[in-house]
Design a protein around this ligand. Structure first.
Ligand code: FES
Length: 153
């Protein structure tokens, strides 16, 4: 753990104000924020662990549980919701057999509901591994997921 976390901390040269950037890098490296990694940051930068957890829970982009290989975010912000994104979320949830916030048993997919992906004109919007797919129907979203499943097969 130290081998992976220390270089990230070092890149910011002990800058305590770079906490969010450090946490982003750790989240990207592990696909979540492992407790041991947060303890190391706390120890190295003399920041209470509770402060790190506050930051980790304040920003929705952080994960405290391991994520799947593919992160699917379905936007349920107003602009997407009025265009049917709830139906997309239901369809993907059914197909994957998991609820929003969960990861499939094979650790391939994590399904998340988010409040706005910042591209409302494209709604209803789904992001998979940070690639945006706009103007989707539930059926198209399922086909899109199938393409990822085929790629992984
Ligand atoms: S409401 Fe969906 S991107 Fe903004």
């Amino acid at each position: 753990m130290r081998k992976q976390v220390d270089p990230i901390i070092d890149r910011y040269r002990g800058d305590r104000t770079a906490i969010v950037a450090i946490l982003h890098e750790i989240n990207a490296a592990f696909r979540y924020l492992p407790r041991e990694a947060l303890e190391r940051v706390s120890e190295q930068l003399s920041i209470p662990l509770s402060h790190l957890y506050s930051a980790a829970t304040f920003y929705r982009s952080f994960d405290l549980e391991p994520c799947g290989e593919h992160e699917i975010q379905v936007c349920l912000g107003t602009a997407c919701h009025v265009r049917g994104s709830e139906l997309i979320l239901d369809a993907l949830s059914r197909r994957l057999g998991i609820k929003p916030g969960e990861t499939t048993a094979d650790s391939k997919y994590t399904l998340k509901r988010v409040n706005c992906l910042g591209a409302c004109a494209l709604g209803p919007l789904v992001s998979i591994d940070r690639d945006y797919h706009g103007h989707l129907t539930a059926h198209q979203a399922e086909r899109l997921l199938e393409a990822y499943e085929d790629e992984d097969a």
